[in-house]
Design a protein around this ligand. Structure first.
Ligand code: AP5
Ligand code: MG
Length: 217
């Protein structure tokens, strides 16, 4: 089973990706987390990615495609995967389709739809674990112990690109570069749209239902 989570910044992709992957018994990856790991290590790729990420712009397609395809093509992903944050341009979607050609393609694209005003409020309060990348929200889903991750005890921090100016830019980039993927995947009959404006629990349940329907089709 190969599944994509699609949606604007703050839609809840990172919050829900583990639940969907666990349900399917496959691994998952968040392209943003892969980039942030490189930034933390201060690798060459990390320095390049950071110059785009901090201002809310997309990292160039060639670099992103190479990095994510490296993960997808690893033997551990042979039984499937869930992708969060990739593809997010038509060029990335084309590269993914080509790579999956002859391997059964992509089975489902789960589109988490959330109104823009809600996205801004979610991102302004987000805190993320430096070790395992689990997202929290200071107002809506705070950690049990302030500043510490419930899952691994890691330190929580605010992402550089969650500052207001970068959030505005990310939302603009999303509309221009990524939103066209909604129609692209809808036209292929792969899209399942889920109302992401509900509670974390309700959205998670709806995503699992949407992906399960496909499994039994
Ligand atoms: P990335 O890390 O992918 O950021 P994003 O797409 O902007 O998405 P977010 O992580 O902000 O949102 P999310 O949907 O994961 O929301 P979350 O679950 O955390 O990418 C960052 C950067 O990396 C990009 O700008 C770009 O530079 C680069 N990049 C990455 N992939 C790339 C690609 N393919 N091509 C080129 N460049 C790429 O939730 C948000 C908040 O809301 C949290 O506080 C959470 O607790 C809360 N929340 C979640 N669900 C709910 C709910 N139902 N109710 C209430 N609160 C909720
Ligand atoms: Mg995320």
């Amino acid at each position: 089973m190969r599944v994509i989570l699609l949606g604007p910044p703050g839609a809840g992709k990172g919050t829900q990706v583990e639940r969907v992957a666990k349900h399917l018994g496959v691994n998952r990856v968040s392209s943003g987390d892969l980039f942030r790991d490189h930034v933390q290590k201060n690798s060459e790729l990390g320095r390049l990615a950071r110059s785009y990420m901090d201002r809310g712009a997309l990292v160039p397609d060639d670099v992103t495609i190479r990095m994510v395809m490296g993960w997808i093509n690893a033997p551990e992903q042979a039984k499937g995967f869930v992708l969060d944050g990739f593809p997010r341009t038509l060029a990335q979607a084309g590269a993914l389709a080509q790579a999956m050609n002859g391997k059964g393609g992509i089975h489902r694209v789960l589109y988490i739809n959330v109104p823009e005003a809600e996205l801004v409020s979610r991102l302004s309060g987000r805190l993320v674990c430096r070790s395992c990348h689990t997202p929290y929200n200071s107002k809506m889903s705070p950690p049990k112990k302030e500043g510490k991750c419930d899952k691994c005890g890691g330190q929580l921090y605010q992402r550089e690109d969650d500052k207001p100016e970068a959030v505005r830019k990310r939302l603009q980039v999303y509309v221009k570069e990524t939103e066209p993927l909604v129609e692209y995947y809808r036209s292929k009959g792969l899209l399942a749209e889920v109302n992401g404006g509900r509670s974390i629990e309700e959205v998670g349940k709806a995503l699992v239902e949407a992906v399960t329907q496909q499994v039994h089709r």
